[in-house]
Design a protein around this ligand. Structure first.
Ligand code: APR
Length: 335
């Protein structure tokens, strides 16, 4: 029996993400949680004739703690795309404080009602919200860094798609390691390693620069194209689903599964201490990890030893920005 809970299920990301989970045969029960519209989304999804996933859905309000408790009870995996979009007049700090508060509240609920669940954080800014969840679970005494994942998969998906377009190749042949963080210059695609190498090297220096920039700021293309109607939702839902699917595969089979994720480089995880040394002591970083029944079983830090000189420069910028983002999250959670 695998139960999955989506927190923020009625949102732009939450709805398509819930749809994908509903049709995954490894999901036995899908629980939808949101502060608005969740009965409607649940009723809609419940008509899909998938055998294995039964959508359970509960009306709730911001104050209603029983709905959250019910949604989280017995869940194996929680995915969080909950948040609010930026409204006119709101500063980035205002937005950060609101979303950080939402995440902290949900993390407290998880600590109480689903302390053993895998937690996948989509809500932005991931570089800060993941440390908030870690710190909150730590305060509640239920933290296991092997079970906490910041979803950076959209950066990998974009990196694969964009190199395929540049090289006139099929996207499915690439699985680019994208490391660092999940916003702007903290995103570092390692095109010089693996299948992308030969395609990347054929590009001019200018084209390479433009490609890296496109991966780092791909979200802006969607925001501009949507023209005021929001940010990436469908591609983000697909990416969140891909990571969830990989974790479920690792849980339900003996296949070797490796994915990049933004993780706590805690020394209890194999390879994390080595990784931490290579990223100037940062506590959180996105790297490829081996997934298993316990969650993150090993950090594949060796990519950090294989980076090109250009990628080294990108990493320096990323590390500098990331340390501030991480600090901001930890400080919020400790307030
Ligand atoms: N608990 C559960 N759900 C909540 C809460 C809460 N405390 N607060 C807000 N939500 C819900 C909203 O009701 C809404 O349905 O989260 C959903 C967010 O959906 P959208 O506003 O459509 O935002 P979306 O585009 O899905 O992005 C959500 O993910 O990628 C990030 O930057 C993005 O932080 C943003 C988040």
């Amino acid at each position: 029996m695998v139960k999955v809970t989506v927190c923020g299920a009625a949102g732009g990301i939450g709805q398509p993400l819930s749809l994908l989970l509903k049709i995954n045969p490894n999901v036995d029960e899908l629980s939808l949680f949101d502060v608005v519209n969740v009965p409607g989304v649940g009723a809609d999804l419940s008509h899909i004739n998938s055998d294995s996933a039964t959508a359970s859905f509960l009306p709730s309000s911001r104050e209603d703690k029983t709905a959250l408790a019910e949604s989280l009870k017995g869940t194996d995996l929680v995915i969080i795309p909950a948040g609010v979009p930026r409204k006119p007049g709101m500063t980035r700090d205002d937005l950060f404080n609101i979303n950080a508060g939402i995440i902290k509240g949900l993390a407290e609920g998880i600590a109480e009602h689903a302390p053993k669940a895998f937690v996948l954080v989509i809500s932005n800014p991931v570089n800060s919200t993941v440390p908030i969840v870690a710190e909150t679970l730590k305060q509640k005494g239920v933290y296991d860094p092997k079970r906490l994942f910041g979803v950076t998969t959209l950066d990998i998906v974009r990196a694969n798609t964009f190199i395929a377009q540049a090289g006139k190749a099929k996207a499915s042949q690439f699985n680019v390691n994208v490391i660092g963080g999940h916003s702007g210059e903290t995103i570092v695609p390692l095109y010089s390693i693996g299948a992308s190498k030969s395609y990347y090297e054929k590009l001019s220096a200018e084209e390479q620069k433009a490609l890296i920039h496109r991966v780092q700021f791909g979200g802006d293309e969607v925001v501009q194209a949507k023209n005021g109607a929001g940010s990436a939702t469908l591609s983000m839902a697909y990416a969140g689903y891909r990571l969830a699917e990989s974790i479920l595969k690792a849980l339900t089979s003996s296949e070797e599964v490796v994915e990049c994720t933004f993780l706590d480089l805690d020394s209890s995880i194999k390879g994390a201490a080595e990784a931490k040394k290579l990223v100037k002591g940062l506590d959180f970083f996105s790297l490829p990890v081996k997934l298993g029944k316990a969650g993150i079983e090993e950090v594949k830090y060796d990519v950090l030893n294989q980076v090109s000189d250009d990628e080294k420069k990108l990493l320096e910028v990323a590390i500098d920005q990331l340390s501030k983002n991480i600090e901001k999250g930890v400080a919020f959670a400790q307030k």
